[in-house]
Write a protein that binds this ligand. Structure first.
Ligand code: EPZ
Length: 427
């Protein structure tokens, strides 16, 4: 397995191109199921999860063509066409590798009148049930059956009538599945306490571009007027706000300054506020966001929350930055029950972090020391890279497959701005 070797202490300076958003791409790709016409997605990040989703779509008989990107380009253009669906089953061996596969349940049901998806396993950051996905799809008129580790959704003979559902817990994925189902229902559907993440807005914008009728985009109350069919579209995936926030933390912890090219500040106001509270200069520019360290880092106290609150996907990266703050920070993780696996690894690098249930107290330290560390999940891996960039000496981050799921060519992007970083194989 590959690992990354970082010689810490280099001040980052320059421009980092921000890729298309993984968590938008993973809900835009299954929209190809909703039409027989071609769907072209631009600015797709080159990530393991995107490759996995492409393979899953091929499994259904959907053609996928990658066009027009040179090896040195970031991002890709993919055209998908679901002229004929040859299978409506998402098998265990694909789903177990990528939880986001559950996002084919709704659109496959809407297109074919039935869909069968393997139940996703748990995952490192928590058990991550899919009960809300199933409840909202039932509310839209489907019958749900569970058998042998698979979930099967079936529409009535006359098609899905649509319906009303109020989410007891904000769920990004369940909101996405609901939207991709409701757009082809026979009647009107209303969703309450829906997720409002920018990736949901990106999904709604694509669905509208395909001919869907959606009101309340970007709010927690969404009304969808079902239409008989959707047409193809060409759509640009939004920039990745979590990748941008991650590199902002990397620049800040090294005392550096970067332009995050392509980042949209309106997508990441809570992250920007946290960085500013930590004493980091953040300034919107015409072509991105400029981030610069400004003297000592200050401690921050915050809780993660659904958008527009502070993103849980940024918690580990901010924690790494706060290891170097003057004073103690208090972070509370409210979304997932086990999202502190980066803590023991950061402490092995000289950090002083105590966790009590969902709260972590981060006592700032004068320096971090390079070490061999183990990635455990996607965002935890990035927090170890961020700490390694500021640590004295060498850090080796092992089990890079976690990182490759969410960060396009990370070592190339960091080397662009002066990091001494290389990827080596054969771990
Ligand atoms: C999406 O996951 C993201 N993944 C996650 O990013 C992100 O952390 C999460 O939203 C929260 O923002 C993708 O978009 C592919 P949820 P999702 O449904 O949809 C509970 C990353 O690092 N819940 O909003 O799975 C759940 O257990 C990944 O890029 C239920 O109880 O998240 C959690 O506690 C990690 N029942 C909370 O809701 C359900 O049916 C939020 O989960 C669904 C969720």
């Amino acid at each position: 397995m590959d690992k990354i070797i970082i010689e810490g202490g280099k001040r980052l300076s320059g421009t980092i191109p921000v890729s298309g958003a993984k968590n938008a791409a993973l809900t835009l790709l299954p929209c190809a199921l909703l039409t027989e016409e071609p769907l072209t997605l631009r600015n797709l990040p080159r990530l393991a999860d995107i490759d996995g989703f492409q393979h899953l779509m091929n499994q259904f008989g959907i053609s996928t063509a990658i066009a027009g990107s040179r090896p040195e380009d970031f991002g890709r253009v993919m055209t998908l066409q679901a002229t004929r669906i040859t299978s409506s089953v998402a098998p265990y061996d694909l789903v177990r590798k990528m939880r986001a596969s559950i996002l084919v349940l709704g659109p496959m049901l809407a297109r074919m009148g039935e869909a069968t998806v393997s139940l996703p396993g748990g995952c490192a950051i928590g058990n991550r049930p899919i009960d809300l996905h199933l409840k909202v799809i039932e509310a839209l008129g489907a019958t749900i059956e569970m058998a042998a580790g698979y979930v099967r959704a079936i529409a009535p003979d006359g098609g899905l009538p649509g319906g009303r559902y109020s989410f007891p817990v904000v769920s990004v994925g369940a909101t996405e599945n609901a939207l991709m189902t409701a757009v082809l229902c026979n009647g009107k559907s209303t969703l309450h306490n829906a997720a409002r993440e920018p990736e949901i807005v990106d999904l709604c914008n694509l669905l509208v571009a395909m001919g869907a009728q959606i009101e309340g985009i970007g709010t927690s109350d969404i009304t969808i007027h079902g239409v008989p069919r959707l047409h193809g579209a060409t759509y640009m995936v939004m920039p990745d706000r979590i990748e941008a926030g991650s590199y902002a933390c990397a620049a800040a912890i090294t005392g550096g300054e970067v332009l995050l090219k392509g980042a949209r500040i309106e997508d990441m106001e809570a992250t920007v506020q946290a960085l500013r509270d930590a004493g980091v200069h953040v300034e919107p520019k015409a072509d991105g966001i400029y981030v610069a360290a400004e003297g000592k880092l200050k401690p921050v106290t915050l809780s993660t929350a659904p958008y527009p609150g502070f993103a849980t996907d940024m918690q580990a990266q901010l924690m790494a930055l706060l290891c170097r703050a003057e004073g103690s920070s208090v972070l509370t993780e409210t979304i997932f029950e086990n999202r502190y696996m980066h803590v023991p690894e950061l402490n092995r690098m000289g950090a002083r972090i105590e966790t009590k249930g969902r709260t972590a107290i981060v006592h700032g330290v004068d320096k971090l020391a390079g070490a061999d560390v183990m990635a455990t999940d996607l965002r935890a891996s990035m927090s170890l890279v961020i700490a390694g960039l500021a640590a004295e000496g060498q850090t080796q981050v092992h089990r890079l497959y976690h990182l490759d799921r969410g960060y396009e060519r990370l070592e190339e992007k960091l080397a662009l701005v002066g990091a001494q970083i290389e990827r080596v194989g054969g771990d």
